[in-house]
Each structure stands twice: as structure tokens, then as C-alpha cells.
Design a protein around this ligand. Structure first.
Ligand SMILES: NC(=O)c1ccc[n+]([C@@H]2O[C@H](COP(=O)([O-])OP(=O)(O)OC[C@H]3O[C@@H](n4cnc5c(N)ncnc54)[C@H](O)[C@@H]3O)[C@@H](O)[C@H]2O)c1
Length: 396
């Protein structure tokens, strides 16, 4: 099977890179005077980052919020000095009673799909936190609801706005690496099961999936976005939970071990359309400083992307390019580029602009669907103990 050439069709399919490259004089103009009424579903940890970014936008009124826990939404808005924001005890109550332009879905993973689908059915644009969903079936249902609604749905991958991430894509798309045929990616933390604010990331009922979805989705996006999101074909995956289920792991909360119902490690061998292989691993906890840098191998060059200690979807240091010139192997450093002050503000701003212009979504669900399909296949393969075929239904 021949390796896959990254084509201009791939470039055309990438809304994010286009945001920074395209001739903006051709875009539908963004009306700065148009105000948008925004609601927040789920007022936990990440909702605070959404709210702060919305408050920094001059054209947004945050008018409503919902949380299942009585009093939580009220306390949330009060803590941010906001008065008069109407609060509800579920996404349905809020969406049935409010006239909203857009919502942020900031709930734990297992309610991403139902909240997003309900909002889209009510004709409301959605910014959905990552991972898109827990299962592929849910992701397909979300995409179908998006298609039926004609509304904007963007998925919350703020690392996409990091200039270093864009540089990776630019390097691949420039042809410098030739045909990409192998990728090693993933990342890991020495001790980083996310329990600083409770157990919603580790309980099956709320998280659904663990490290494989929480940070695995970022590392998959880093490379799949760069190569134009080719279709996944087959996956052999394993997941495990040796750290999360050990009471000794948690210094102050040994009882969390009983609650741990997801994975804290995953590894996979993924075949993509075009003859590309992805060798993937991700860990919330491990007895190792890093599970390895990300490597992209092409027929003309290779790219090494250093991992970070606390893996959160970012580039961990200067990247290195490997290639032949004048008959000799050469190396060149790609220095780290300074990031804008808030990637989160960019995630929110590009979503709001897409709402105003009618799209395209800054991080389209059509791409993240493939990301979710791989995560789903890793979990299925691990359960079955064998390779699985990735079958993605039509979005009708
Ligand atoms: N983009 C990022 O950098 C980033 C960082 C952290 C978390 N996240 C993602 O954000 C999501 C939320 O994470 P968190 O740490 O804020 O979780 P959290 O548990 O602190 O908050 C989630 C809240 O959603 C509420 N909720 C659940 N279902 C609801 C519903 N149907 N209606 C109303 N409220 C509902 C819960 O009661 C809870 O208060 C997760 O999917 C996580 O992966 C993203």
C-alpha cells in the first residue's frame, strides 16, 4: 500500500488553518454591533474559563446558566460578580425557557451528547467541550442533529489556536516531509489523574472514558489535523487502570479508588486511509517522565515534537526537522512561537464570529468525529482483545 500524499483537498477541508490564511475580504462580514445572548450548561470547573472569555467579549450578554446541582449555577455567577443571570436545574429547563443565540456545553462527558442535541434541536448554536462525546454512536447522533439544525457546532480544542500547532500543520502541508507514512504520538503525566475538584473525571457515570478521551483526544488532534484527518480504518487498542484503582495513589482521598471507573492509560496501533500508521499512547499516570515525543515520519523528512511533562495538548519545546540536503542528513530547529495571551479567548471569539456569519465552525465536528471514532475503537478493541474495524455511519 502506498503512503498517502497530503493534498490541497485536505487543506481546503481545514477551517482552522484557513482562519489564519484565507483572504478575509471574501468572508461574510462579522457585524460588531450584533449582540449575542449566551447560556452556559454545566457550571463546574471549565465553565469558569468560558465565562471569563465571554465576559471579555464586548458583544456578548451571558443571560442564563444551568447546573443539575441545586444552587451551583447561582453560586457560580455570584462568584464572578454577575447579577441577573437566570439559572436552571437542567439544560432542558434553560433551553425551554430562554431565547438564546448560543450555548457552551461545559458538562461532564456523559451528558455532552444529550445537551448538545437538545440545544441544536432548539435552534441554538453550540460550543461543545472536548472530548466531543463518550462513544462514536453519540458523536454520530450529535453530527446528525447539527446537520438537521443548520446551526454552528464547534468542538472545544483550544490548542488548535496555538501558533506552534499551526506550524506543525504548515510544515506537513508544505510538502517538506513528503508523504507521511508513520506517526508516533501521545503523551503522559507522571501523576496527573484529574481529581482536584472532585471525581467527575474518574467515575464511569460522569466521565464515561478516562485518559484516552480526556487528553488522548488532544494528541490525536495534534497529528490528525496536521495530516488532514484521514479516515481511520482499523484499531488495536488496550486500556488499563492500575493507578486510579489503587487507594495508595490518592494522598488525601483513598476512597477515590473505589469510585474510579475509567481508564488511566491507553495504547493503540491505528491504521488510517492512505497507508498511514499511528502508534499512540496516553497516560494520566505512569512510572516514567514521558511516554515519548511525537514523531511524524515522511518520505522526505521527519518532524520531532517534544512532549510536555503535564500533557495538555501543547508543544513541549522547540521542534526538530530531519531531512537530507546535498546528500547528507541534516537537522533544523523550529523555534517555539509565542502563543497569544489566551487561547481560550480565541476559541470563544472564533465560535462567536462563526455564529454571526453562519459558519464554518472553527473546529468542525466532521473532523472530530474521526477522533472520537478512534477513541471508541480503542475502548472496543481493548474489551474484545482484538483488532476492530472502524465503521462510521453516514451522517444523514
Ligand atoms: N478545554 C479544556 O481545556 C478543558 C479543561 C477541563 C475540562 N474540559 C472538559 O469540560 C467538561 C467539564 O469539565 P469540568 O471539569 O468543568 O467538570 P465539572 O464536573 O467540574 O462540571 C460539570 C458540571 O456539569 C453539570 N451538568 C452535567 N450534566 C448537566 C446537565 N444535563 N444540565 C446542566 N448541568 C449539567 C454538573 O452538575 C457539573 O456541575 C469535560 O468534558 C472536560 O473534558 C475541558
Amino acid at each position: 500500500m502506498s503512503a498517502r500524499r497530503v493534498t490541497s483537498r485536505d487543506q481546503a477541508g481545514d477551517a482552522i488553518l484557513d482562519l489564519f490564511k484565507r483572504d478575509t475580504t471574501q468572508d461574510a462580514p462579522v457585524d460588531p454591533t450584533q449582540r449575542l445572548r449566551v447560556g452556559i450548561i454545566g457550571t463546574g470547573w471549565i465553565a469558569a474559563a468560558h465565562l471569563q472569555s465571554y465576559l471579555a467579549m464586548p458583544d456578548v450578554d451571558v443571560v442564563a446558566g444551568a447546573d443539575l446541582v441545586p444552587g451551583k449555577a447561582d453560586a457560580f455567577f455570584k462568584a464572578h460578580g454577575l447579577e441577573g443571570v437566570r439559572t436552571y436545574l437542567s439544560h432542558k429547563d434553560m433551553l425551554d425557557n430562554e431565547e438564546l443565540d448560543a450555548v457552551s456545553v461545559c458538562t461532564y462527558n456523559t451528558t455532552h451528547a444529550e445537551c448538545t442535541i437538545y440545544a441544536l434541536e432548539k435552534g441554538v448554536h453550540v460550543l461543545l467541550e472536548k472530548p466531543m462525546t463518550v462513544t462514536l454512536d453519540e458523536a454520530v447522533a450529535v453530527c446528525r442533529a447539527e446537520k438537521r439544525s443548520g446551526k454552528v457546532l464547534s468542538i472545544g480544542f483550544q490548542p488548535r489556536f496555538d501558533p506552534n500547532m499551526r506550524k506543525i500543520k504548515e510544515i506537513v502541508q508544505s510538502g517538506l516531509l513528503g508523504e507521511v507514512y508513520y506517526i508516533q504520538t501521545g503523551g503522559g503525566r507522571r501523576k496527573g489523574i484529574p481529581v482536584p475538584f472532585g471525581t467527575s473525571f474518574i467515575e464511569k457515570d460522569t466521565a464515561g472514558i478516562g485518559a484516552v478521551g480526556d487528553i488522548g483526544c488532544y494528541s490525536l488532534d495534534m497529528v490528525l489535523n496536521a495530516i488532514g484527518y484521514p479516515k481511520p480504518l482499523t484499531v488495536t487498542g488496550v486500556t488499563s487502570a492500575y493507578f486510579g484503582t489503587n487507594p495508595g495513589y490518592y494522598r488525601h482521598h483513598p476512597e477515590y479508588a473505589e469510585k474510579f471507573g475509567v481508564d488511566d492509560f491507553a495504547a493503540a496501533f491505528i491504521r488510517l486511509e492512505g497507508g498511514i500508521t499511528v502508534d499512540f499512547r496516553i497516560a494520566w499516570a505512569m512510572h516514567m517522565d514521558t511516554s515519548g515525543d511525537t514523531l511524524i515520519l515522511g518520505t522526505k523528512g521527519g518532524l520531532r515534537i517534544p512532549s510536555t511533562e503535564c500533557w495538555n495538548g501543547t508543544v513541549g519545546g522547540a521542534m526538530k526537522l530531519y531531512f537530507d540536503a546535498a546528500g547528507s542528513p541534516m537537522e533544523a530547529e523550529v523555534p517555539i512561537l509565542e502563543s497569544p495571551p489566551s487561547l481560550f479567548d480565541l476559541k470563544i471569539r472564533t465560535f462567536l464570529d462563526a455564529v454571526k456569519t453562519g459558519g464554518p465552525a472553527p473546529v468542525p465536528s466532521s473532523e472530530i468525529l474521526y477522533n472520537q471514532a478512534i477513541i471508541d475503537a480503542i475502548c472496543k478493541s481493548s474489551k474484545l482483545g482484538r483488532e476492530v474495524e472502524v465503521v462510521i455511519p453516514e451522517i444523514d
